[in-house]
Design a protein around this ligand. Structure first.
Ligand SMILES: [Zn+2]
Length: 345
C-alpha cells in the first residue's frame, strides 16, 4: 500500500492532465473489477457487480492535484505560469518544478531576487505569484520552444515520497492520492459485499468538482462515499480549535463542510458510519469543517439527491510540495469503507 501511495504521489496530475495517474490506477485495479471505462470527461469508472436487489454505491476519489500551467514564454526563455487550484504564493518561491512537455520532462526553478540586493522594505514583502517566473535553463523563446514547451503544459512540484518516521510519510499531492489509494485498496480487499460498487476516480475536482458532477449523474447511485483529505490541526501555527482533527487518530468523518454550504451529511449515513466504526472498533474523528469542500458537495445534489458520506485523511500542509499523513489513518479508513460496504446485506 505504501508503494502504491509512493507511485501515485510522485506521478504528475494537475487538473486536466490526469492521464498518468489514471493509467497507474487502471493497471492496479483492472484484475479486481467486472467493468472498467474512461468516460468523455476522463473519469475512470470501475464497477464490481453485486446482487440485483441490492443498492448501488458510488465511491469517489479525485485524481487531480493543484499545480501550475505554462501561460507565456518571454524572449529570454523564462516561463510565466498560471495556478491551477488553490496555491499559496509563498509556497512557490524558489521551488524546483517539473514541466511536462510533449518531448518529456524538463526541470525548472522558480527564480527570485537575491536577498543581497533587496532593499530593507523588500524583506517583509510577500512576493506574488504574478511576479514569479520559472527558469528552465532556456536561453531564448526559440530555445524553450525547441525543448517542446507549449502554452498549457502542466508544471508540478519536483518532490518525492519520503518516509519521515515509522508510519508518518511526506509527499506531494496526498490530496488526493491518499483517497485514491483508499479506493483501490477497498476494491482489492472487499469480499462479502452484496451491493454493486462503482469506484470513480474523478477529474478536475480542484477546479470545480467537475468529474464528480457528470459521473454521479451518469451512474445515479443509491448512496455515495467520497474519500479525500482534510486539514490536521496538530502542528505549530494552527490550533485544534481551528482544525479539530489530528493525525493518527483515525479518519475524519465529515458531518458538514464549508460551514454547511458544501454538504451537510444526512443522519442515515452518519449513523451507519458511526455504528460500523463502533462495531469493528475502528477509530474515527467527527469533523464539522468550515473550510473547503469535496466531490461530495456536487454528488449529493445530483438528480433527486444522493445520500453521501465523506471519509477524509487528516493531512498536514495540504496544497504544498510536501504534505504529511499517517499510514495508520489510511489503513483504518480502508477497513471502515469495507465494513460499511458489507453492511448492506
Ligand atoms: Zn482534495
Amino acid at each position: 500500500m505504501k508503494q502504491l501511495l509512493e507511485k501515485l504521489s510522485n506521478a504528475p496530475g494537475v487538473s486536466g492532465h490526469e492521464e498518468t495517474v489514471r493509467d497507474i490506477i487502471r493497471a492496479e485495479i483492472e484484475p479486481y473489477v467486472d467493468h472498467i471505462e474512461v468516460d468523455t470527461m476522463g473519469n475512470l469508472i470501475v464497477t464490481r457487480d453485486g446482487d440485483i436487489d441490492k443498492p448501488s454505491i458510488m465511491l469517489a476519489a479525485h485524481l487531480d492535484e493543484v499545480g501550475l500551467i505554462v501561460r507565456y514564454i518571454d524572449n529570454d526563455g523564462y516561463v510565466f505560469f498560471n495556478p491551477v487550484g488553490g496555491l499559496f504564493d509563498q509556497t512557490l518561491l524558489n521551488q524546483k518544478m517539473v514541466v511536462h512537455t510533449k518531448n518529456g520532462k524538463y526541470f525548472g526553478v522558480i527564480g527570485s531576487k537575491p536577498p543581497h540586493v533587496m532593499k530593507t522594505a523588500e524583506y517583509d514583502k510577500v512576493i506574488k505569484k504574478d511576479d514569479m517566473f520559472l527558469d528552465i535553463g532556456a536561453t531564448s523563446k526559440k530555445d524553450a520552444e525547441k525543448m517542446g514547451i507549449e502554452i498549457g503544459d502542466q508544471i508540478t512540484f519536483d518532490s518525492h515520497f519520503t518516509v519521515l518516521h515509522d508510519d508518518i510519510v511526506a509527499g506531494k499531492a496526498f490530496d488526493n492520492r491518499a483517497g485514491c489509494v483508499m479506493l483501490v485498496e477497498t476494491i482489492k480487499r472487499m469480499k462479502d459485499v452484496k451491493a454493486t460498487v462503482h469506484a470513480v476516480f474523478t477529474v478536475q475536482e480542484e477546479v470545480g468538482l467537475k468529474g464528480a458532477k457528470t459521473s454521479a449523474y451518469k451512474l445515479n447511485p443509491d448512496f455515495a462515499f467520497v474519500t479525500d483529505v482534510t486539514i490536521a490541526g496538530d502542528h505549530p501555527g494552527i490550533s485544534m480549535k481551528e482544525a479539530p482533527v489530528k493525525m493518527g487518530a483515525g479518519p475524519a468523518i465529515i458531518v458538514s463542510d464549508g460551514n454547511g454550504r458544501g454538504i451537510i451529511v444526512p443522519k442515515i449515513i452518519l449513523d451507519r458510519i458511526k455504528n460500523t466504526a463502533d462495531e469493528y472498533n475502528i477509530p474515527i474523528q467527527l469533523e464539522a469543517s468550515g473550510g473547503g469542500t469535496t466531490d461530495g458537495a456536487v454528488i449529493h445534489l445530483t438528480r433527486g439527491g444522493i445520500p453521501t458520506g465523506i471519509v477524509s485523511i487528516p493531512t498536514r500542509y495540504i496544497h504544498t510540495p510536501h504534505s504529511v499523513i499517517n499510514m495508520k489513518d489510511l489503513e483504518a479508513s480502508i477497513n471502515l469503507l469495507i465494513k460499511m460496504l458489507e453492511s448492506w446485506i
